[in-house]
Design a protein around this ligand. Structure first.
Ligand code: DHB
Ligand code: MG
Length: 622
């Protein structure tokens, strides 16, 4: 079962025409016409209707109609006159449903019987025009600000043309229990608007008007909210109503495509909560990284091999016919792709030396591919696939690829692609801890939705990191068992390392790979012997750590000498060491994680300041 999908025009950037085209191109069934978008448009309502018909979009809702119920004296008649004018307009527009949001006017009377009587009278007018009026409790309404009160009113009104409109933001921002929806019969729900939002402690109106985002991009329990709505038997549309400053400043087409993905995802999750059949396979129960592929050219290969070797990797395989090699340490596989043709080459031409693909192991790769298709995530077909890896690949961050490898298929893949070098294999005991990507600020929420909807990753708290040149946002995402961790970083400030990366790379991409090791001091010692190029950390930092955590002098001296960063979260400890970047692009982090759940956020600004010192180093090749 799938409900119709809608989006409010206020969610998208551009003119009304651009908004409608974007909604149609993304595959929505209809739109909510937001009044301001219509008022500001040169198109007359009939022309909008014609355009909607051409685009195959329904006009699902006209909204908002403000300050209607409980108006005193002459203002009451004005409210009814305004309503009649809007009903006329709806006739031209082809809209059957209108949203009346709870009154915010200081003049509004909170008298319940008056409010009920007003809606009964409005229902009578609406009935003559076959219009359905939905009453929405704004979280900041003057007298009605809770959907339970709105429902009590609608129930008492008891008119077939008056229903309730549920908007997840208004309910969930106030922490109203979603179970309260159970008492509403599905056919009294006139319409459903969905929005998520980051958890912020903020004035409700400001939070709603600037920070809403798509379900699956924020921190509100929208899935359970939708499950309660579906359980009522509601059969109308699910529609996105997002007020977000970044959405207003970004491509309507990209935002609309994300919106449809978000709706499909939230409906799928809600059906799963209800144990009902769904259209798409579930997110994989387990996902872990198997390899990271680097696109370089011939000239880069010696330097990259020197870097990998100095960090403790060993070349264990070479492709029999291609300039492709496999490097291993512990369970980590790195692939160097310097082929003069194919995907890696094309990627390098655009982005320079960079990470062009990651390989992820999942229990059932066809199921993940089918889920991706349902979510509108593009698969890369065989003809443009790099090399001849016989695995489905999906479009990933910055145009890189995500290879899907079935559980138990990796060994055959390596054996089929690479001739072993026979190099003695006593490499460092590394495992991939996390993949750190940097994306444009406008795409920051988009990539969160990608990882959450497709792979079921969960978000933890966003860190605000201070780069010497501005603020960087960092959002960790991880699979429920912690086997795949991704951090997404983005910055509005032009000079930050994140922004410089996006600029040099011509778009987002993976900036560093964090590898875990059971003994970071020993690892650092081995790297020092091999001449690894490590990011120096200033002594002031270690003086502070010594004072803050009371570590003993000997241990502190060893960490300082090895340029290791330290953090503790009350449960466990986290040690971090960074390589210098390769050609100012990507770098490695090495971590020792002892029951610690975070990513060393307090150290990020120290690391960024240390990297900043190399920003303009004259000796660097780029
Ligand atoms: O912010 C507002 O005023 C507003 C208007 C209409 C809505 O449906 C809504 O949820 C909020
Ligand atoms: Mg709303």
């Amino acid at each position: 079962m799938s409900l119709q999908c809608g989006i409010a025009t206020v969610s998208l950037s551009g003119t009304l025409e651009e908004k409608l085209r974007a909604a149609s191109a993304a595959g929505f069934d209809g739109v909510e016409i937001f009044e301001n978008d219509l008022i500001a448009s040169p198109l007359r309502p009939r022309e909008v209707r014609a355009m909607l018909d051409d685009l195959g979009l329904a006009c699902m809702l006209y909204q908002p109609f403000r300050d209607f119920e409980g108006m005193p004296g002459a203002m009451r008649q004005r409210a009814f006159d305004r309503a009649a004018a809007k009903f006329d307009l709806m006739g031209e527009l082809g809209a059957r449903h209108i949203l009346v949001c709870s009154n915010c006017s200081p003049h509004a009377l909170g008298e319940r019987n008056r409010i009920i009587a007003d809606f009964q009278q409005l229902g009578a007018v609406a009935a003559t025009r076959d219009i359905i009026v939905g009453y929405e409790a704004l979280a900041w309404g003057r007298h009605v600000f809770d959907h339970r009160d709105a429902w009590a009113i609608v129930e008492a009104v008891d008119h077939p043309n008056i229903g309730i409109i549920l908007d997840s933001f208004h309910s969930l921002s106030r922490g109203i229990p979603s179970e309260s929806i159970r008492s509403i019969p599905g056919d009294k729900i006139a319409f459903v608007q969905l929005a998520d939002a980051p958890k912020l402690d903020m004035d409700l109106l400001y939070w709603s008007r600037h920070f809403r985002n798509f379900p699956g991009q924020g921190g509100l329990p929208v899935e359970a909210y939708v499950a309660e709505i579906l359980a009522t038997g509601y059969s109308g549309a699910l529609s996105l109503e997002i007020f977000n400053d970044r959405f207003r400043g970004w491509s309507a087409d990209l935002i609309a495509a994300d919106g449809l993905r978000a709706l499909r995802h939230v409906e799928d999750s809600a059906l799963r909560l209800l144990d009902r059949p769904t259209v798409a396979p579930s997110p994989p129960s387990h996902v872990r990284p198997e390899f990271v592929e680097f696109a370089v050219d011939d000239a880069d290969v010696p330097a990259l091999e020197t870097m990998f070797g100095s960090l403790g990797f060993i070349r264990t395989g070479v492709h029999p016919a291609k300039a492709v090699s496999r490097w291993q340490a512990g369970s980590v596989n790195l692939v160097i792709n310097a082929e003069p043709h194919g995907f890696g080459h094309d990627f390098h031409s655009v982005h320079g030396p960079s990470i062009c693909a990651v390989g992820l192991v999942v229990p059932d790769r066809d199921a993940v591919a089918a889920r991706a298709a349902h979510l509108g995530i593009r698969a890369v077909d065989d003809s443009d696939a790099p090399g001849n890896l016989a695995f489905p690949a999906l479009r990933g961050i910055g145009g890189s690829l995500v290879y899907l490898i079935g559980e138990g298929e990796a060994d055959a893949m390596w054996a089929g692609e690479f001739t072993p070098t026979g190099a003695p294999y006593d490499a460092s005991p590394f495992a991939i801890d996390h993949l750190a990507a940097v994306v444009r600020i406008e795409e920051y929420l988009s990539w969160q939705l990608y990882w959450r909807s497709l792979f079921g990753l969960q978000q933890s708290f966003q860190a605000d990191v201070i780069d010497p040149s501005g603020l960087v946002l960092s959002q960790p995402l991880q699979s429920p068992d912690g086997a795949l961790r991704v951090t997404l970083n983005a910055s509005e400030a032009l000079g930050t390392l994140s922004s410089r990366f996006v600029e040099h790379n011509l778009g987002g991409g993976y900036q560093h790979i964090a590898l875990s090791t059971p003994d970071l001091l020993a690892t650092a010692g081995r790297m020092a012997v091999k001449g690894a190029d490590i990011l120096p950390i200033p002594p002031n930092y270690h003086d502070d750590i010594a004072a803050r955590f009371g570590l003993d002098d000997q241990r502190m001296a060893a960490l300082a000498q090895a340029n290791i960063l330290y953090d503790a979260d009350g449960t466990g400890e986290y040690l971090q060491l960074y390589s210098r970047a390769f050609r100012k692009r990507f770098f490695f982090e090495f971590v020792e994680r002892d029951r610690y759940q975070g990513y060393g956020a307090p150290n990020a600004s120290i690391r960024l300041a240390s990297q900043e010192r190399y920003k303009k180093a004259a000796t660097d090749p780029e």
